[in-house]
Ligand binder design. Structure first.
Ligand code: COA
Length: 202
């Protein structure tokens, strides 16, 4: 397949945000809206300890994956930088939607480091999403390898991710891609962990 990988550029954020809302519309960040998501992607591009990869097919963006060396540091950075003009919208959405507030507290727990083989694991795959018309063609796996290359170059050998219990499709993908169950975080979510195989080609 003719795939082209690159780091997300600011002008490409609207397309990735649309993909995110279509494919991960049930997540807290997607529910908090387009402006909120755009800001998160922008900060991840700017943060030297984070990255966002995109994949294009015939020039069209068909997938994205984001990762960070430490999700707690990333969150603190985003909080510090969060634009005041977006706050009323976020507060209002949380006030009228109790389920969002609940998701927020559940989400906080999935950000913590996970203890694995007596080591605390902070590096995190924060998002992976592929255009629903392209799934099943190996694109997700290629993006995972890109993220692992980013981690390897920074001396990371294991990383984590949070998954919703009901996301059966992603479970199959992660189990097939070498992830293992680390711990249950909330009633509805788990943390998975993966040790990077350093000899994989990118
Ligand atoms: C999950 C997702 C990223 C997978 O991407 P993808 O491009 O379809 O996956 P790939 O084609 O690269 O699959 C890689 C391997 O996993 C396997 N796989 C993928 N989905 C699977 C499933 N549901 N069950 C079992 N195996 C699965 C593939 O067969 C393939 O195996 P192989 O390497 O032995 O051939 C994609 O479906 C997606 O974006 N889903 C919506 C967003 C989402 O849920 N993201 C995860 C949030 S935690």
């Amino acid at each position: 397949m003719d795939l082209e990988f690159s780091c997300l550029k600011p002008e490409e954020i609207p397309i990735v945000v649309s993909l995110h809302i279509t494919n991960l519309g049930n997540t807290l960040n997607a529910k908090l809206g387009r402006n909120h998501l755009s800001f998160l992607y922008l900060k991840m591009i700017e943060d030297p300890d984070s990255t966002v990869y995109i994949v294009k097919k015939k020039g069209k963006i068909i997938g994205a994956a984001s990762a960070t060396l430490n999700s707690n540091n990333l969150k603190a950075y985003i909080r510090r930088e969060y634009p005041k003009k977006l706050l009323p919208e976020i507060i209002f959405k949380n006030l009228i939607r109790f389920d969002l507030l609940l998701k927020y507290f559940q989400f906080r727990r999935t950000e913590k480091a996970v203890l694995f083989n007596k080591k605390r694991i902070y590096p995190t795959l924060t998002t992976i999403l592929i255009d629903e018309n392209t799934t099943g063609g190996g694109v997700g796996k290629s993006l995972i390898l890109k993220v692992e290359d980013f981690f390897s170059r920074r001396g990371v050998d294991s990383y984590k991710l949070a998954i919703q219990k009901k996301n059966k499709n992603a479970w199959g993908f992660y189990m097939n891609s070498g992830f293992k169950m680390a711990e249950q975080q909330t009633r509805h979510s788990f943390l998975l962990i993966k040790k990077i195989q350093h000899n994989k080609s990118i």
